[in-house]
Design a protein around this ligand. Structure first.
Ligand code: ATP
Ligand code: MG
Length: 357
């Protein structure tokens, strides 16, 4: 490793490049995780999440770059020489073995005598609340129970790093939410460093300290959930993490960090340093919009009013590629499709991105 580049981070994958059959899917990827952090890789299908995870696990070799864990470079270590556990989407359990035998497998593979595996296996099963199922075959378990066994099997070896590739995707929504809460508190309690792969933004926001939003083999933004949501670094991140009202326009004036933008709905302002004459995309999170005039105000007819219980979502008539969304807390009667409404929000809540004309 080059002098002066010695990493200060617990996990560091830097300068990673990977091609498959001559097609570059990742280049100069830099990804850092601190000890005890729970981090998610979030992005659309094919953006390279599993590829990065597999390179960290040693299941795939990078063409360029290095992987460092706990101060040790492990780039050339085979998977079984890295103390890294992986939980896959399909759990990859052995169906003919019992729950306890599955959990013991990693310990046995590391040379532990069968007689010594009892205590750590019991502890791991108790952690995931599967003690009573120890002697059941895997084939006699539900999806959620299998998921717990996969987690127990990953944790029993005391990994330096836990990698999870879409661990909940086979579960229904209710069970997925329960498992997310359980796994997060388990990892936090034990101080385990973990990287989750997901393409579910709510899952990423719910389980992670930080989220790396990936797009086409690059990390577009790596930040905590609140920053990602409130200050997305690009239109891609804004759209991938949550919904927003989107209005396109052109900057007509700029004064001390505030721009005025001409749009199909009139003139709107944002804090931005995009220069006069440039095309911009304005974004506002729907729950920051009120049905009354604000610093920025537009008037639109409603195309839909969706009462969802915990919130009511208003859809305004959009022009071109624009989208008008306003979210009000709770059940809001009195508004219906076709009503002309005034929507307003603060200049500080207005995101602005320069876009190609
Ligand atoms: N073994 C392989 N051979 C050829 N191309 C591959 C291989 N593995 C991955 N790729 C390609 O690399 C890119 C990244 O794939 P990867 O599996 O990392 O995506 P992902 O973000 O995990 O997607 P998903 O959410 O669908 O799991 C994709 O374009 C994929 O087709
Ligand atoms: Mg994948």
């Amino acid at each position: 490793m080059e002098q002066g580049k010695f990493p200060r981070h617990y996990l560091e994958a830097w300068g990673i490049a990977k091609s498959f059959k001559g097609t570059r899917v990742m280049s100069d990827m830099n990804f850092r995780v601190e000890r005890g952090e729970l981090v998610s890789l979030l992005g659309p299908s094919g953006c390279g999440k599993s590829t990065l995870l597999r390179i960290i696990a040693g299941l795939l070799e990078a063409d360029e770059g290095a992987v460092v864990l706990g101060g040790r470079e492990i780039t050339r270590f085979p998977a079984h020489k890295r103390n890294v556990s992986v939980v896959f989407q399909n759990y990859a359990l052995f169906p003919h073995l019992t729950v306890a035998e599955n959990v013991a497998f990693g310990l046995r593979a590391r040379g532990m005598a069968k007689s010594a595996t009892g205590a750590p296996v019991s502890e791991a099963l108790s952690l995931v609340r599967m003690t009573e199922f120890a002697d059941r075959p895997i084939s006699a378990l539900s999806g959620g129970q299998q998921q717990r066994v996969a987690v127990a099997r990953a944790l029993v070896v005391g990994p330096d790093l836990l990698l999870l590739d879409e661990p909940f995707s086979a579960l229904d929504r209710k069970l997925r939410e329960t498992m997310q809460v359980e796994l997060k508190s388990l990892l936090l309690d034990r101080g385990i460093t973990a990287v989750f792969v997901t393409h579910d933004q709510e899952e990423a926001m719910g389980v992670s300290d930080r989220i790396a939003v990936m797009n086409a083999g690059r990390i577009e933004q790596f930040a905590d959930p609140s920053t990602l949501y409130a200050r997305p670094a690009s239109p891609f991140v804004m759209d991938f993490v949550g919904l927003s009202t989107r209005i396109s326009g052109r900057v007509v004036s700029s004064d001390a960090g505030t721009i005025a933008v001409d749009t199909a709905y009139g003139r709107l302002s944002a804090r931005s340093d995009v220069t006069v004459g440039k095309d911009v995309l304005l974004g506002v999170r729907p729950e920051l919009i009120a049905v009354e005039a604000g610093e920025n105000t537009i008037g639109v007819p409603l195309t839909d009013v969706m009462v969802l219980g915990s919130k009511t979502v208003l859809h305004g008539t959009a022009r071109g590629g624009d989208r008008i969304l306003c979210e009000l807390p709770g059940i809001r009667g009195g508004l219906k499709r076709g009503d002309a409404v005034t929507l307003g929000w603060a200049v500080d809540d207005t995101l602005a991105y320069e876009v190609a004309p």
